[in-house]
Design a protein around this ligand. Structure first.
Ligand code: A3P
Length: 319
């Protein structure tokens, strides 16, 4: 394993990345290359920022981390947390979520480190997102006992969501990006921040040890029972709803504001851009449970079910 202390300059980091295992994604026509750093796969630009966050990021005990594997409900979780935390500042018509992509309010540690530092400077308790696996988090996050919310989702729906997101980012129509190849790669653990099962397992193990620090939320449960779960989320991050708020329907209005139906139909989320490569609409595809049924063959179902059973069966997490 690469030790961070050995890496000084940006050049050292580049040299280190060159020594990592590499994979050019065939189904994306070689437009995306992943590198395996520590125990996960990611892009070179991100790994550079990860190394630097691991070396210098200073978490404070009051900072709260929203952790997820990509395509598991990150955008939704960010919207909910922002709406919960700012509920006294805005009403239904003035909430900035109506005119901004939710990602703009809660930056990713390994993608927008400058914004993370700025949000720490602006507030004594920053909300920070990350897709990093638990074992690769900067040590100061663990040492500060920061609270973490982890959202996870059915693996087959994650695969389908990831497939469409990546092929759209690289502007490939479905006929040019074979789903079977995308599945195969994911199945072999090669996907952004993958393997997926290791990602879940890392946070799960820690949440068993320290339940007061990590809240596990399941995407499908959030959908089925939004009120109970949004209440749990608000309490966990230190913004519990009062009885008066509950009676006044504040929880329901937050759920409505952050719903897929509402957010996906906003002008900003239909036509805006997150950055040069990513259109906002890519974060709002269908949000449908079991969309995987339209893509998986019987053989794929059997393969992934067996793998998940082998990897996660012992902990009884239902994916
Ligand atoms: P689909 O591709 O299945 O539609 P992430 O935010 O982690 O990138 O995950 C994206 C997935 O969450 C996409 O799934 C997207 O449609 C769904 N999603 C985005 N906003 C949502 C919301 N407000 N409520 C429920 N699902 C949402």
């Amino acid at each position: 394993e690469t030790t961070k202390t050995q890496l000084g300059s940006a050049r050292d980091i580049e040299e280190m990345i060159k020594t990592c295992p590499q994979h050019s994604c065939s189904w994306l026509k070689g437009k995306s290359t992943l590198f395996k750093y520590q125990d996960f796969w990611s892009h070179e630009v991100i790994i550079k920022k990860v190394v630097s966050a691991q070396q210098s990021f200073k978490a404070r005990p009051t900072d709260v981390f929203l952790c997820s594997y990509p395509k598991s409900g990150t955008t939704w979780l960010k919207a909910l947390v922002f709406a919960i935390v700012t509920r006294e500042k805005f009403d239904e018509s003035s909430n900035p979520l109506l005119t901004n992509l939710p990602h703009n309010f809660i930056p990713f540690l390994e993608i927008q480190p400058e914004q993370v530092v700025a949000s720490q400077e602006n507030s004594s308790f920053a909300h920070v997102a990350t897709h990093l696996p638990y074992n690769s988090l900067p040590k100061s996050i663990l040492a500060s006992n920061c609270k973490m919310v982890y959202v996870y989702r059915n693996v087959k729906d994650v695969i389908v969501s990831y497939y469409h997101f990546m092929r759209e980012v690289f502007k490939l129509p479905m006929e040019d990006a074979p789903f079977e190849e995308a599945f195969d790669e994911f199945y072999h653990g090669i996907s952004g921040y993958g393997p997926y099962w290791d990602h879940i397992l890392g946070y799960w193990k820690e949440s068993k040890e320290r339940p007061e620090i990590i809240l596990f939320l399941k995407y499908e449960d959030l959908k089925k029972e939004p009120t109970i779960n949004v209440k749990k989320l608000a309490e966990f991050i230190g913004y519990p709803f009062t009885i008066e708020e509950e009676k006044a329907g504040v929880i329901e209005s937050i759920i409505k504001l952050c719903s897929f139906e509402n957010l996906s139909n906003l002008e900003v989320n239909k036509n805006g851009y997150a950055n040069e490569m990513i259109e906002n609409r890519l974060f709002f595809r269908k949000a449908k449970d079991e969309d995987w049924k339209n893509y998986f063959t019987d053989e794929m179902i059997e393969k992934i079910d067996n793998l998940i059973y082998e990897k996660l069966g012992a902990i009884g997490l239902v994916l």
